[in-house]
Every structure is written in structure tokens, then in C-alpha cells.
Design a protein around this ligand. Structure first.
Ligand code: APR
Length: 240
């Protein structure tokens, strides 16, 4: 079974990765629901919803400023780097729930950020969007229109950017292999992407030290961390 999947994988061209917080865990960025996960120590409903933001924008900004500090010093790990290297051997698209930019920092060129980016900001009212160049001296910062600026990330209860989500569905529906690494697959709609891949008869592989909501749907499960598993996985393509 294992050998036959490995044989098929070597010739595969269209690969989609669905990644989550776990892939950056070995870069020193905490996950949300793991042992030291952020949502075990912080209340998501007080920090990652639009209601929380309107209630206490300063608190939400302070929390994102802290996370940004940690993310800015973080470096891509062997998992991010292996995925970037795989572009030499196959068509690779990454659909990530992470906002840390580490896939791009590792050199991956096709990354769709489903949940936005920690370096991007937008106005809570008008259409203004920008990249954050430096920290704001006063928080919450204001837009030229007078309303409050917010991190350009997707909070609980919010829709994903429609253009990004539509592309994510298309890539998932057309891939031959989907590798799901470092995500608990509990958050919708990203957790529906494997279903689109399955409809195209794609092979599904999970890389995660723990069981996930969709482990039973997988064709192959690698119970290891992404920084350990992915370099070995990519070396199979090099040998081909
Ligand atoms: N390598 C691979 N997987 C790992 C590693 C590792 N080194 N360490 C932990 N994991 C796995 C955990 O077992 C868990 O299944 O990563 C997963 C992380 O799950 P979550 O913390 O739920 O993160 P994620 O799935 O990305 O969360 C989705 O929830 O709050 C939101 O917006 C936030 O994008 C996030 C979304």
C-alpha cells in the first residue's frame, strides 16, 4: 500500500499543499490548539472577532503587535524549505491558513494566504488596504477617512477574500496530490479543501504528529513533524 502510493507520487505533477500553524511550529511560532497553543492561553472571542475589535481595538492591536514581533524574527524551517525546493520538480501551490509569510520567505512562489497576512492592514470601513512598513506610534491607527485601521486577517465569523477562496477551490479541484501539513482541519472553510481534491481522485497525504478531523479520509498518514517529514518526502522527487 505504502510502496504503491510512493510509486504513484513520483510521477505526479500538480501538487497542492494545505498548511496551518503546525508547519511554523518548528520556527518558534505557537500553534492555536496544540499543547502551548494560543487559544489555550487566550480567548479567541476577545481577540479575533470583529466584535472584539470594535469593543477594544487597542487590545487587539497590542496582541497582533506582539505576534508580529515573534513572526518577524522567525525563520523558515526545513519543512517550508523543502516545499519551496519541490517547485524544481513539480507544479506546487500552497494554500495556507498562516499569516506569517514564512512560505514566501523560504522561496515558494505560489502561495495563497487564505486568512490574510500579519503585515497587511486595511480600513475597517473604506476600501483602503496597505502593507505595514513600520509599527504605528499610536494604536489603534486611523485611516485617512477617519475610521480605525485593522489587521488584514480573517477573523472568526468573517468570510475569506472571495477571489483567493475561488482560486483555492480551483487548485484543489485540479490537483493530483494534496498534502495537508500542520493543520488540525477544524476551521472552515479551509477544512473543506481536501474534499475538492478527493472529488478529482487526488491522493491525500497528512503530515501531522497528531490525528486530525480528517485522518480517516487520507490515503497516507505521516505521523511526524513537518520539518522532519517534508525533506525526506521531497528527496523522493529528486531521486526520480
Ligand atoms: N509539524 C506538523 N504539524 C504540527 C507540528 C509540527 N511541528 N506541531 C503541531 N502540529 C499540528 C498539530 O497536531 C495540529 O493538528 O498542527 C496542527 C495545528 O492546528 P491548529 O493550532 O488548530 O492550527 P490551524 O489548523 O492552522 O488553525 C486554523 O484557526 O484560529 C485559527 O485563524 C487561525 O489559521 C488559524 C486557524
Amino acid at each position: 500500500m505504502f510502496e504503491s502510493i510512493i510509486e504513484q507520487i513520483k510521477d505526479i505533477q500538480k501538487i497542492v499543499f494545505v498548511t496551518g500553524a503546525g508547519i511554523s511550529q518548528e520556527s518558534g511560532i505557537p500553534t492555536f490548539r496544540g499543547k502551548d497553543g494560543l487559544w489555550r492561553n487566550y480567548n479567541a472571542m476577545e481577540l479575533a472577532t470583529i466584535d472584539a475589535f470594535y469593543k477594544n481595538p487597542k487590545l487587539v492591536w497590542e496582541w497582533y503587535n506582539e505576534r508580529r514581533k515573534n513572526i518577524f524574527v522567525a525563520q523558515p524551517n526545513l519543512g517550508h524549505k523543502a516545499i519551496a525546493e519541490l517547485e524544481k520538480y513539480a507544479e506546487v501551490v500552497i494554500l495556507t491558513q498562516n499569516i506569517d509569510g514564512l512560505h514566501q520567505k523560504a522561496g515558494s512562489t505560489k502561495v495563497l494566504e487564505l486568512h490574510g497576512s500579519i503585515v497587511k492592514i486595511k480600513c475597517s470601513v473604506c476600501d483602503f488596504k496597505d502593507e505595514m512598513i513600520t509599527e504605528f506610534s499610536e494604536i489603534p491607527p486611523l485611516c485617512k477617512c477617519g475610521n480605525i485601521l485593522r489587521p488584514d486577517v480573517v477573523w472568526f465569523g468573517e468570510s475569506l477574500p472571495q477571489d483567493v477562496w475561488q482560486k483555492a477551490i480551483i487548485f484543489s479541484s485540479q490537483c493530483d496530490l494534496m498534502i495537508i501539513a500542520g493543520t488540525s482541519l477544524v476551521v472552515s472553510p479551509a477544512n473543506t479543501l481536501p474534499i475538492y481534491a478527493k472529488q478529482n481522485n487526488a491522493i491525500l497525504i497528512e503530515i501531522n504528529p497528531e490525528k486530525t478531523e480528517m485522518s480517516s479520509e487520507m490515503d497516507l498518514i505521516i505521523r511526524n513533524t513537518s520539518a522532519s517529514a517534508l525533506p525526506k518526502f521531497v528527496s523522493m522527487f529528486k531521486e526520480n
